[in-house]
Design a binder for this molecule. Structure first.
Ligand code: S3P
Length: 451
């Protein structure tokens, strides 16, 4: 359980060149799924490279509470002895998913079609986030849910003892919703169909196939994806090698682009096309990023990223259809945009308003405090770039219990004229527990405390 009761202010200072190798942690999305599917298989699943951040640890604890055996056997090495599809037992206490929207939504899906009841809660950030997007489709399976007003946690899910398979078109681009429906579909007899108009990360589909489920994806003439899953498979335990997280890699990568003289290597990062939007965008802005040694690991394409300082970045427009493939990277992209020349227009970003914080608002207010001009509407963020070394900085930015907001402003502080502080860096531990030592090793000056 994450307890961010004591805020940890942090400050980033203009730094000399960043150099060296950045071994970023395992992918958060894949780590959650490996634990959950391991718990739904019969027998021993072995996971290497698991992200040992608070979000994923909360999911490991939840899987134990539902009856699976989950053990840490080494650094990033975990063994899960699963109970099989439909085999979850009723937890004896409330499930606390901490800061993790992915954790709570996927677990709700996974338990929803068993005849058990579970109550979920989370930290102050997660308790504000919408759960109706998951409980609406789960209701079609025959699931009941009771939460606070606005469909917020704490929430009790009464699983469907006799679930029926569903066909559901996801109304917002969300891999969490898609995955919750697919996981619920595992224990519903017959075929569950999920339709998504815009492609979102496909780790659930890849991993379900890896665990032996019958699952197929067809791309319709109108571009929509139709995912079909046969219910009641016997999932077979797997050996899962979790690739490194592109969403975590984004922070050292963007820092290296902005700090003069930098040259870093970030090995083994997932290049799954449903996660690749930031790198594509940075290259369009003029970033010097090369992908070395492309290969496949754990069913995902990976490469080593070589990143060199790129002084003359240009502002660009990111199209709406690219938003899902970089949804977690807009905060740090807006920092790069502030240091580029010209305007960067980010379109189709309204989902940012319901992340760990309202990320459009959090970035806009913090960047403004650092001297950057911002325009925003419900679905768009526009950053007026101040050019290389042009951001004044010198402010303390509010992070609203959001790890990515904290890391983004710390990246800004490495390149701004005056130090940039964040009011609370504690949530960084949810996704990137080694952020501080990793950045320090590269040469970044990030200190504990305010300015
Ligand atoms: C995730 C999906 C995305 C993303 C989140 C992880 C996942 O959320 O923002 O960090 O692992 O499925 P949405 O599905 O709400 O877009």
């Amino acid at each position: 359980m994450s307890s961010h009761a004591t805020p940890v202010p942090m400050t980033a200072h203009r730094s000399g060149p960043l150099k060296g190798v950045a071994q970023v942690p395992g992918d958060k999305s894949i780590s959650h799924r490996a634990l959950i599917l391991g718990a739904m298989a019969i027998g021993e699943t072995r996971i290497t490279g698991l992200l040992e951040g608070e979000d994923v640890i909360d999911t490991a604890k939840a899987m134990r509470a539902f009856g699976a055996q989950v053990e840490r056997v080494g650094e990033g090495e975990w063994v899960v002895n699963g109970v099989g599809v439909g085999g979850f037992s009723e937890p004896a206490d409330v499930i606390d998913c901490g800061n993790s929207g992915t954790g709570v939504r996927l677990i709700m899906g996974a338990m929803a079609t068993t005849g058990i009841t579970a109550t979920f809660t989370g930290d102050g950030s997660l308790r504000k986030r919408p759960m109706k997007r998951v409980t609406d489709p789960l209701a079609l399976f025959g699931v009941q849910s009771v939460g606070r007003s606005g469909g917020r946690l704490p929430m009790t899910i009464v699983g469907a003892a006799e679930p029926v398979a569903v066909s559901y078109e996801v109304p917002v681009p969300s891999a969490q919703v898609k995955s919750a429906v697919l996981l619920a579909g595992l224990n519903a007899p017959g075929e569950t169909v999920v339709i998504e108009r815009e492609p979102t990360r496909d780790h659930s589909e890849r991993m379900l196939a890896g665990f032996g489920a019958q699952i197929s994806t067809e791309v319709r003439a109108d571009g929509a994806r139709v995912i079909r899953l046969q219910g009641r498979p016997e999932l077979k335990p797997q050996v899962v090698a979790v690739p490194r997280d592109p969403s975590s890699a984004a922070f050292p990568v963007c820092a290296a682009l902005l700090v003069p003289g930098s040259d870093i290597l970030v090995p083994g990062v997932s290049r799954n096309p449903t996660r690749d939007g930031l790198f594509l965008t940075l290259i369009e802005m003029g970033a010097d990023i090369t992908f070395e040694n492309p290969r496949e690991e754990g069913g995902e394409p990976v490469a080593d990223l070589r990143v060199r300082y790129s002084g003359a970045l240009k502002g660009i427009e990111t199209p709406e259809e690219r938003a899902a493939s970089m949804i977690d990277e807009f905060p740090v992209l807006s920092v790069v945009a502030a240091c580029a020349t010209g305007r960067t227009i980010m379109r189709g970003v309204k989902e940012l308003r319901v992340k760990e914080s309202d990320r459009i608002d959090a970035m806009a207010r913090g960047l403004e405090a650092c001297g950057v001009t911002i325009e925003e509407d419900e679905d768009t963020l526009i950053v007026h770039g101040m050019g290389e070394g042009g951001v004044p900085g010198g402010a303390t930015c509010a992070t609203h219990l959001d790890h990515r907001i904290a890391m983004s402003f710390l990246v800004l502080g490495l390149a701004a004229q005056s130090p940039v502080s964040v009011d609370d860096g504690a949530p960084i531990a949810t996704s990137f527990p080694v952020f501080e030592p990793l950045m320090a090793e590269l040469g970044a000056k990030i200190t504990r405390g305010g300015v």
